[in-house]
Every structure is written in C-alpha cells, then in structure tokens.
Design a protein around this ligand. Sequence first.
Ligand code: ZN
Ligand code: ZN
Length: 220
Amino acid sequence: MDRDFILKEFELIQKKFRHLKLKFNGDNAVISGVISFTCNVKNAIIRDWFLIKINVPNTFPDALPCVEEIDNRIPRISSCHVNPDGTLCLGIPLEIYNEIQKNNNPLFFYVDTYIVDFLAQYSFYEKKHFWPYGEYEHGGFGILNYYLQEFKVQSWELVYILLKILALNIDFKGNEKCPCGSNKLYKNCHKTILGKLGKTKYNFTEDLILVNEYIKENLL
Ligand SMILES: [Zn+2]
Ligand SMILES: [Zn+2]
C-alpha cells in the first residue's frame, strides 16, 4: 500500500471527523474512533455519533474497506443491514466500487458518503423504526437483483453463469455464441457489459459466492 496516499486521504478525513485515528497494521490501514456528524435525513436533522473501525485493505481502492460499529449499538442482524461477520452493509459493493473509482479522494469520499449516510439512516431507523429511503434488499438477494438489471437477464441462473465468467476471467471471442444462451453472437449480446466489467480490478468472486448461496437456499 502507498502510505503517503492513505496519509493524505486521512488528513482530509480528520479535518472533518477529528476524533478518528489512523494506524497501520502490517499492510493494512485501520481507522477507528468516534465519527460524529450532522445530516439532513428526510427533513429531519440527525445529529449523532458512532464508534467505528474501518479496515482499509492494502489494495484499496481496488478492494473496498470493511466497516464495523464497535460499541454494540447496531444489532448484528440483516434487518439492520449488518453482515454475519459484523461488517456494515453499506450498499451494493460493485456500485460503491464504481463510484469510488471516479473520485479523486476515494477514501475520504467513502467515509464522508457511504459510512456517514449509512449511520445517519440507521440513526433515523433506530428512532422511527423504518428506513428513511425505503430498504434495499440485503446480502445475496440484493446483489442478485443488482446483477439481474446490470446483465439485463431474467433468471438467477443466468446471473450465476455470467458472474462466474467474470470471477474466473473467462474470455469469449466475438463470433462465439453468447454464454447467456440467447443464440446471439457474443459481440451482439453480452460482450459490451462483460468487457467493461472485466476490465475493472473488482473481485467478482465474493459476489459469486453470495449469489450462489442465495440461489441454493431459495431455489430448492
Ligand atoms: Zn444490507
Ligand atoms: Zn448474452
């Protein structure tokens, strides 16, 4: 990891969230402490704070950070959008990945946008017992629905097939039949979308595993 890059990003983060601290732990960076914020959520002013820990992998921004709330305030259950391993579910990973790639200060942007938005919305949910902007589907089901739209396919199985091609980095020739089974040539079917996603450094394996688990549990 480029420590100078993380240090510069952290300087920006600390200007806004002055109780957060940065430590390097081997190859990874760990940012932890109190994050306090004032936000407008659905015309309600949310002023709150949480105790959090952000693990920033040494491959950031090619790999996303993991965020935990470490004060036992947010129950570790899917209705609170917390994953079984205790990490917060800030949204669809590929969507977050695509957004942070476009930003010049990806780590500051990640904290200031995704983490603060999630916590502000959770704070709202805690008081009013509903999510302010409606709820997106959690875990494998949410990811599955995201890819149904992204790939423009109708079935879970096709999502699995196309995601596997991305995860395993399988190459198709333009004049081959498209693996989606449409009987069209690859170049006239999924080449554009798979080509675009395949060029990124995003790790599709995690998504493939979650989608596979969800399909197995819900198709039988
Ligand atoms: Zn979730
Ligand atoms: Zn196709």
